[in-house]
Design a binder for this molecule. Structure first.
Ligand code: PMP
Length: 432
């Protein structure tokens, strides 16, 4: 039966362009995912970076049951009580500054579409500034602002998108340059070029507080403040995409809190649903009022679904009750320490970086040249999988080969030790 389904998966599914593991998967619990042959893997990607409270947490299972007793779905004009509650909890306990008004949809891509629609309608503009290496989603508008997205073969992109070079403390664009000074100078130049090309209809600057798919890059504090200023100077809105950074992953409630910079619009997704498709976009009461006046609308079949709202409330409750924001810092420090030990012994580990339990480990052929070790990255990731560790490698041709390590915030010391053992073995075998 397993064999037959493995064959069926090859025959009946549209094949996926990225890395696919050679197995079918059946179940998941905490940090562990299990395939149909009964093999267990440590999940150090938290699924798609969603399972921050661990897979199938009992609180999530109970929330799904609760929704089953009440309702999974209503007409979009019928606001479920649980959605009102989730909006209130977000505003009261999680959102920074004066962000208080939220809308609930399903995925991060959709959240990007909502945020861009809001910014365009609010400013009556359309020009968007984004960072190199950004990832904001795969749908039309979202992929247009995702510089880590491969557009080849998908037709004409949305016009009016401008790129700011992303800050990279380990790999400045000019070799040997002071990375932070370079990042600020690049921003200044990008803004000058933007001002030259702009039709005067700027809508937004959109950024991830930690550029994750682009290689787990943490921008300098001054850079984020400069973005805030740049948006204000031009009457544009600042959008933070907190798909990965909100709700504890980086050891703070949000990326906004980490930088002390409050955006005008914040998108949240992966970490809010804990593995179910829930996303939110939040903004200020003043922006919302103007949008309402202008009849802002975002209708989808699953806007404000009670099922996922019930789950979102449970996820936020678990993060608070289990003190997972603090735990991300504690376990992140432990994981970082273990990688720094490895770095001392392996020349190919060029950089260990990140915040909380969102870590990047950059592989190079040697420390002097910092040449990205792409083949090594692919091989070690495959060997880790063969030995029971699911890991993610981010490869960008000139910009690095980076393991992205992001286990559930509930990960234990023993699980981290086990993962490091598997990883070290994979590294040793690959270098032989
Ligand atoms: N924003 C960020 C920062 C992401 O990492 C992702 C997903 N990789 C998205 C948006 C898109 O989310 P989704 O895949 O849920 O559409």
């Amino acid at each position: 039966m397993d064999q037959a389904l493995e064959e069926a998966s090859k025959e009946f599914l549209v094949r996926y362009g990225g890395d696919v593991f050679p197995a079918l998967f059946r179940s998941a619990k905490g940090t562990i995912v299990r395939d149909t042959r009964g093999r267990d893997y440590l999940d150090f990607t938290s699924g798609q970076m969603c399972a921050t409270i661990g897979h199938n947490h009992p609180a999530i299972v109970a929330a799904v049951h609760r929704a089953g007793e009440k309702a999974f779905h209503f007409f979009s004009g019928m606001i479920p009580e649980v959605v009102a509650e989730l909006a209130q909890v977000l505003a009261r306990d999680w959102l920074p500054g004066d962000l208080t008004r939220s809308i609930f949809i399903n995925t991060g891509s959709e959240a990007t579409e909502v945020a861009l629609r809001m910014a365009k309608m609010y400013t009556d503009g359309y020009e968007i500034l984004v960072l190199g290496g950004s990832w904001h989603g795969i749908t039309g508008g979202a992929s247009a602002v995702s510089m880590a997205s491969d557009r080849k073969g998908y037709g004409v992109p949305v016009p009016g998108i401008f790129v700011i070079p992303e800050p990279n403390a380990y790999r400045p664009y000019v070799k040997g340059a002071d990375a932070e000074a370079e990042a600020l100078a690049n921003l200044d130049l990008a803004l000058k070029l933007f001002d030259m090309q702009s039709t005067g209809r700027g809508a937004a600057i959109m950024v991830e507080p930690v550029i994750s798919a682009g290689g787990v890059l943490v921008p300098p504090q001054d850079f984020m403040q400069a973005l805030r200023q740049a948006a204000d100077d031009r009457g544009m809105l600042l959008i933070f995409d907190e798909a990965q950074t909100a709700f504890g992953r980086i050891g703070k409630k949000t990326g906004s809190e980490h930088f002390g910079v409050v955006p005008d619009i914040m998108t949240m997704s992966k970490t809010l649903g804990g593995g179910l498709p829930l996303a939110a976009v939040s903004t200020t009461a003043a922006i919302e009022a103007r949008l309402y006046e202008r009849k802002f609308a975002y209708y989808t079949s699953h806007v404000s679904d009670p099922l996922t709202a019930e789950v979102g409330l449970a996820v936020l409750d678990v993060i608070q009750r289990e003190h997972l924001v603090a735990r991300a810092n504690e376990m992140g420090a432990y994981l970082r320490g273990r990688f720094e030990e490895l770095q001392q012994r392996y020349e190919v580990i060029g950089d260990v970086r990140g915040l909380g339990l969102l870590m990047g480990v950059e592989l190079v052929t040697d420390r002097a040249s910092r040449t990205p070790a792409h083949a090594l990255g692919a091989l070690t990731t495959q060997k880790c999988f063969e030995n029971g560790l699911s890991m993610n490698i981010r490869r960008r041709p000139e910009r690095g080969s980076v393991w992205r390590i992001a286990p559930p915030l509930t990960v234990s010391h023993a699980e981290i030790d086990q993962a490091i053992d598997i990883l070290e073995r994979a590294l040793r075998d690959s270098l032989d």
